[in-house]
Write a protein that binds this ligand. Structure first.
Ligand code: HEC
Ligand code: HEC
Length: 472
C-alpha cells in the first residue's frame, strides 16, 4: 500500500523541477530571441541581460545630458556673414554662392543629385577636384597639427577606462597601432579634405578665389562689388568708414563675417538628429537601427566608431562622428574626375597636390581627413574622390576591400586586380590594413555581412538633422 504522504513528498520536487525547467527554457528562449533581434552573440546578451533588454526595446541603457552649443540671436557680424553666404554677386559667373555647393537644406552637403565634383569658374565649366564636404559640425575642429593625440579624446579614453562612459572602439584603434600611439605622431585637425586651412576664416577665401569655384578674381574686384552693394552700410557700420580703402582688409572682414555666421548659426550644429535624441533618452531606435548601431560600434564587426566616434565625451560633448584624424583607406579611383584622365595624376591628400607643405613626407601620402557622418546619408557622393554614389556601395567597400578586392577594384590587361589603384605603387603601404573592418584575408568572410551592412545604413540615417518625435 502506498503512503499518500510520501507520494505528495515526491510530487513537490517534481513540480519544482518542472517550474525551474520552464523558467530556464523561457530564459534561454529570451536569450536566443534577443541575441537574434540584436544580431549579437548570445554570450554578449547573457553577460549584460539588463542592458540587452533595454537595447532590444530600442532604448539607450545609459542616457546622458548633452552639452549643446547655446542658441542665441546672431550677432551683427554673423548677420552680415549670412548675407554673404548666400551672395552670388561675388562669383565670376554671378551664379554661385557658398550655398550652391554647401546646401543648407541638405545638411550643408552638395545639393541632392550633384556629380562627384562641382563646376565653377566664369562659365561654370571648370571641374573641381574633390566633392564639397558638409559645412556642419566644424565648430570644434582644431587647427591642423601632427602631434600627440588630442586631449578631448584622451579625456574620453580615460573616462572609458574608469568605466564612466560607454566604451567605444577608439581605444582598440589606438591599441592596434602601437607605433603611432607610442610616437604620438598623428596628423589631425584642419579644414578641407587635406587639412590645409586652419580656420573657417582662412578657409572661406579659398573657394572665393579658387578658379574652379567662385573664381572671384582679385580682392579689388570683390571689395568694389561689396562697396557698391546693399551690404555697404553694414560694412561701414561694423568696420568703419575707411573699410573699402583697403581691399584686402575688406575681403578679410567679409571672410571673418562668414566664419562667424557658420560658428553662430544653430543650423551648422543643430544636434537634432534621432541619434541625439536617443543619446538623451528621448527616442527609441527601431530594431534595424539598433542592430546597425551595435554593428557600427562593435570593434569586431563594423568598428566604424574607432574613427567615426559615436559616444559623447566624458564631459557630455555630443559626438561628431569623426576623430579628426587622417587615414589612407585606398578608395578606388574615380574616372569621373577630370584630373584623373592623366594616369600619372594622383590626389594624395596630405602630401598634395593642393596642400604643399608635406610633399616630402611620403608616409602621409593618400591620407584624408575622416569626415563627420552626421547628415552623411544626405550626401550625393562619398569619399574624397566621390567614388561612390550610395551608402550601400560605401558599406560594400568597407566589407570587401580586403576580402573581395576583385569586386572593388578594376583589373589590368592581364586580369590582375589593381588594388589601391588611386595611389602610386610606392604609397600603397600607407593604406590602413589593420583596423577592422579591414585586415581580413582575400576570400575570408567579411567583418560585416549583408544584414549588418543594411542595418548600418539604417543607423546612419538616424544621424540626419531635423528629426521630430512622432506624435503620441
Ligand atoms: C563650386 C563649389 C563650391 C563653392 C561655391 C564653395 N565651396 Fe566650399 N568647398 C568646396 C569643395 C570642393 C571643398 C573641398 C575642397 C578640398 O578639400 O580640397 C570645400 C570645402 C569647404 C570647407 C571645408 C569643410 C571641411 O569639412 O573641411 C569650408 C568651411 C567651405 N568649403 C566653405 C565655403 C564658403 C564659406 C564658401 C563661400 C564663400 C564656399 N565654401 C563656396 C566647394 C565649394
Ligand atoms: C580607420 C578609420 C576608419 C574606419 C574604421 C571607418 N572609417 Fe569611414 N572614413 C574614414 C576616412 C579616413 C574617410 C575618408 C576617406 C577618403 O575619402 O579617402 C571615411 C569616409 C567615410 C564615409 C564617406 C563620408 C563622406 O563625407 O564622403 C562614410 C559614409 C563612412 N566613412 C562610413 C564608415 C562606416 C559605416 C564604417 C564602418 C563600417 C567606417 N566608415 C569605418 C575612416 C574610417
Amino acid at each position: 500500500m502506498s503512503n499518500p504522504l510520501r507520494s505528495r513528498w515526491r510530487r513537490g520536487p517534481t513540480l519544482l523541477a518542472l517550474v525551474m525547467l520552464i523558467a530556464l527554457g523561457a530564459a534561454a528562449a529570451w536569450l536566443a530571441l534577443t541575441a537574434r533581434e540584436l544580431d549579437l552573440p548570445w554570450r554578449d546578451v547573457a553577460r549584460a541581460p539588463w542592458r540587452a533588454a533595454l537595447l532590444a526595446r530600442g532604448d539607450n541603457p545609459a542616457p546622458v545630458a548633452l552639452r549643446l552649443p547655446a542658441a542665441q540671436p546672431l550677432s551683427a557680424m554673423a548677420g552680415l556673414g549670412r548675407e554673404l553666404f548666400y551672395d552670388r554677386a561675388l562669383s565670376a559667373s554671378g551664379r554661385l554662392s557658398c550655398a550652391s555647393c554647401h546646401d543648407p537644406v541638405n545638411g550643408y552637403n552638395p545639393p541632392p543629385g550633384s556629380a562627384a565634383v562641382m563646376f565653377g569658374g566664369a562659365q561654370l565649366r571648370t571641374p573641381g577636384l574633390r566633392p564639397p564636404p558638409s559645412l556642419a559640425y566644424l565648430y570644434r575642429q582644431r587647427p591642423f597639427s601632427i602631434g600627440p593625440d588630442n586631449e578631448e579624446l584622451e579625456a574620453t579614453l580615460a573616462a572609458q577606462l574608469r568605466g564612466a562612459v560607454a566604451p567605444n572602439a577608439r581605444a582598440a584603434k589606438l591599441a592596434s597601432n602601437p607605433a603611432a600611439a607610442a610616437a604620438n605622431r598623428v596628423p589631425q585637425g584642419g579644414l578641407f579634405w587635406d587639412g590645409r586651412a586652419d580656420s573657417l576664416q582662412a578657409q572661406a577665401s579659398g573657394p572665393l578665389f579658387n578658379p574652379a569655384e567662385m573664381d572671384a578674381g582679385s580682392a579689388q574686384r570683390v571689395a568694389r562689388i561689396l562697396r557698391d552693394s546693399k551690404l555697404a552700410p553694414q560694412f561701414v557700420q561694423l568696420f568703419g568708414p575707411r573699410i573699402f580703402a583697403d581691399a584686402d582688409l575688406a575681403v578679410g572682414e567679409a571672410m571673418f563675417a562668414i566664419a562667424r555666421y557658420q560658428f553662430e548659426a544653430p543650423s551648422f550644429h543643430a544636434f537634432d538628429s534621432k541619434y541625439d535624441a536617443w543619446l538623451q533618452g528621448k527616442a527609441k531606435l527601431s530594431p534595424q537601427e539598433m542592430r546597425g548601431y551595435l554593428a557600427f560600434t562593435d570593434p569586431r564587426r563594423g568598428n566604424c566608431a574607432a574613427c567615426h566616434i559615436a559616444a559623447p565625451s566624458a564631459d557630455g560633448l555630443p559626438p561628431l562622428f569623426t576623430d579628426g584624424q587622417y587615414e589612407a583607406l585606398g578608395v578606388p579611383r574615380n574616372a569621373a574626375i577630370a584630373a584623373n584622365r592623366d594616369p600619372a595624376f594622383f590626389d594624395l591628400g596630405l602630401c598634395g597636390p593642393l596642400r604643399r607643405d608635406l610633399r616630402a613626407q611620403r608616409r602621409y601620402c593618400g591620407m584624408f581627413l575622416t569626415p563627420t557622418l552626421r547628415n552623411a546619408a544626405r550626401r550625393p557622393v562619398f569619399f574624397h574622390n566621390g567614388a561612390y554614389r550610395d551608402l550601400r556601395q560605401v558599406l560594400e567597400f568597407y566589407a570587401w576591400r580586403d576580402t573581395r578586392p576583385q569586386r572593388i577594384y578594376p583589373r589590368d590587361a592581364r586580369g590582375r586586380v589593381l588594388r589601391f589603384d588611386d595611389l602610386p605603387a610606392a604609397d600603397r603601404a600607407n593604406v590602413d590594413r589593420i583596423d577592422a573592418p579591414f585586415g581580413r584575408a582575400s576570400g575570408a568572410a567579411p567583418a560585416i555581412d549583408a544584414r549588418a551592412r543594411r542595418d548600418i545604413v539604417a543607423f546612419l540615417r538616424t544621424l540626419d538633422d531635423g528629426w521630430r518625435a512622432p506624435p503620441r
